[in-house]
Every structure is written in C-alpha cells, then in structure tokens.
Design a protein around this ligand. Structure first.
Ligand code: ATP
Ligand code: MG
Length: 271
C-alpha cells in the first residue's frame, strides 16, 4: 500500500507508522518502507537512519535485497522498517538516467519473498511530491491510501494526484487503484472538519474509511520519543483511532482477498 498525497503535512507518515504498528500489534507481519528523504517514518519507528545506514536508497539504486535492509522494530518483532537516510535526497536525480527507473522498487519487492519472511502488509511512506520516488511506490503497489487533512484546501492537489494515478494505471501498473481515503486531524468541535469530511465522502464514497483520525496532541508528541502512538500512549484517543482504522483496513482486505490471509495465517499456526 502506497501512502501518497503530494500536499505536505497531511498525515502520511503518521498514518504509515501507526497503521503499521496497529496491524503488527494484532499479530500481522508489517514492513514500512520509508521513501521520504526526510526520514520521518524511520524516526517515528525508532530505527537507525544515520548517514551511511543501509536504507531505501540501497533498495532503489543498488537493487539490494529488502531482507538485508529491513530493521526490526525495537518494540514489536512483527514490525520492520527499511529506513530513509539523507542519501535518498539525491536519488530523485540519480534515478533519472537509470534503466527502468520507475520499476526499481517493484522489481525488488517480490511478493513471494515478502510472504516467506512473514510479511502481510507493506506500507510505503512517500514524500510530498509526485516525483520518481512516489512513482516507484505507485508502480510497486497494489493500492494507494490517500490521507486527507480536515483543513482548508483539503482537496487541493487531489485531482492532480488522481490524474497521475490514472496515468500510472494505464502505462505502468494495471493493478493499481486508490482503494482507501483516510480523514486525518479531524476536530469534531469545528464546522470546518465536518464540512471537509462531508465533501471528501461525497467525492470518494465508500473508499473513505468509516473511522476518522482525530486531532490528538499525543499523536504529534510520539515521534519525538522515537515511538509510535501505540507505544507512547496506547490508551489515547489517537492510538484507539489508528487501531480501529487498521482493523477496518484489514477487514476490507479479508473481504476482498480472504484466501490470501487464510494462507498466511496457516504458517502462523505452524510457528
Ligand atoms: N491526528 C493528528 N493529531 C495531531 N497531530 C497530528 C496528527 N496527525 C499528524 N499530526 C502532526 O502533523 C504533522 C504532519 O504530519 P505528518 O508528518 O504525518 O504528515 P506528512 O504528510 O507525512 O508530512 P510530509 O508531507 O512532510 O511528509 C506532524 O507534526 C504530525 O505529528
Ligand atoms: Mg511524511
């Protein structure tokens, strides 16, 4: 699942790490690939991403195996992260002249290898742009999750995002679709939040998750302790909202691809 919205600060990273943590807490194997040179997802998941650390740069530029690059979360053995280091800042330009530049991620993320490692979900945290890094994520993904902040200009840029997804679907990845839209930073006290939520639901219909993520101070504090909200304050409204959203996503997945989950849970029983 590619987490994308070229608008900055809408909750892409927060959603990637906290959904991942919630699914992992529920016993599923989850890999987060940090594809943003800012490295915010790596920070929030508490994994090393100092300069020179094997990272998503190695994955894209050197086609190194993800098994060698994934770091296990310090708090949950089901949760892995391939971090982003500052090296990734140059990747957008370095990729331009490379062979098969938009398929680099797709080629290294072999579904059978992921399954062999016990990975059920992969979340790719994208930077706030529609450049080659995001394109690689879209070509590798089956689904796109678009977080939308319940604020002014919420839908700004979304039309452009959808147009890009359409182009990718036509030319590069037939199985790609925007499957999920998530409302973030929802403030139940304001009319604005209600209006934005209403507008987004009209626009995207059933793609919008029933569960919305409230604006919650604990969510914004957690990354400064290198923690997800599930570790930082598991009883907070923010943690509960991400747990409910994760359940909803997993239920949708089971409804659509039930057999695959059943096959995976079989090797869980064997462990
Ligand atoms: N539900 C929430 N409640 C309160 N603060 C939040 C919530 N979700 C995200 N934030 C805060 O809002 C800011 C932006 O969130 P985040 O970094 O997840 O967005 P982003 O889309 O990944 O940003 P960028 O485009 O820079 O990658 C962060 O400071 C984050 O802690
Ligand atoms: Mg981010």
């Amino acid at each position: 699942m590619c987490i994308a919205n070229q608008k900055g600060g809408v909750g892409k990273t927060t959603t990637a790490v906290n959904l991942a943590a919630a699914l992992a807490a529920g016993g599923l194997g989850v890999l987060v690939i940090d594809l943003d040179p800012q490295g915010n997802a790596s920070t929030a998941l508490g994994v090393d991403h100092s300069e020179g650390t094997p990272s998503s740069y190695n994955l894209l530029l050197w086609e190194q195996n993800f098994q060698e690059l994934a770091q296990q979360s310090p708090t949950n053995p089901n949760l892995y992260c391939i971090p982003a280091t500052i090296d990734l800042a140059g990747a957008e330009i370095e990729l331009v002249s490379m062979f098969s530049r938009e398929r680099r991620l797709a080629e290294v993320l072999v579904p059978e290898d992921l399954r062999a490692l016990g990975i059920d979900y992969v979340f790719v945290d994208c930077p706030p742009s529609l450049g080659l890094l995001t394109l690689n994520a879209m070509v590798a993904a089956k689904e796109i999750l678009v977080p939308i902040q319940c604020e002014y200009y919420a839908l700004e840029g979304v039309t452009q995002l959808l147009r890009n997804v359409e182009l990718v679907t036509e030319a590069l990845n037939k199985s790609l679709a925007v499957s999920t839209v998530m409302l973030t930073m929802y403030d139940a006290r304001t009319n604005l939040s209600h209006q934005v939520a209403e507008e987004v639901r009209q626009h995207f219909g059933s793609k919008v998750l029933r569960n919305v993520i409230p604006r919650n101070i604990k969510i914004s504090e957690a990354p400064s302790y290198n923690q997800t909200i599930l570790d930082y304050d598991p009883g907070s409204k923010g943690a509960l909202a991400y747990i409910d959203a994760a359940k909803e996503i997993n239920e949708r997945f089971i409804a659509e691809f039930g057999a695959l989950v059943a096959a995976n849970s079989k090797h869980e029983d064997e462990d």
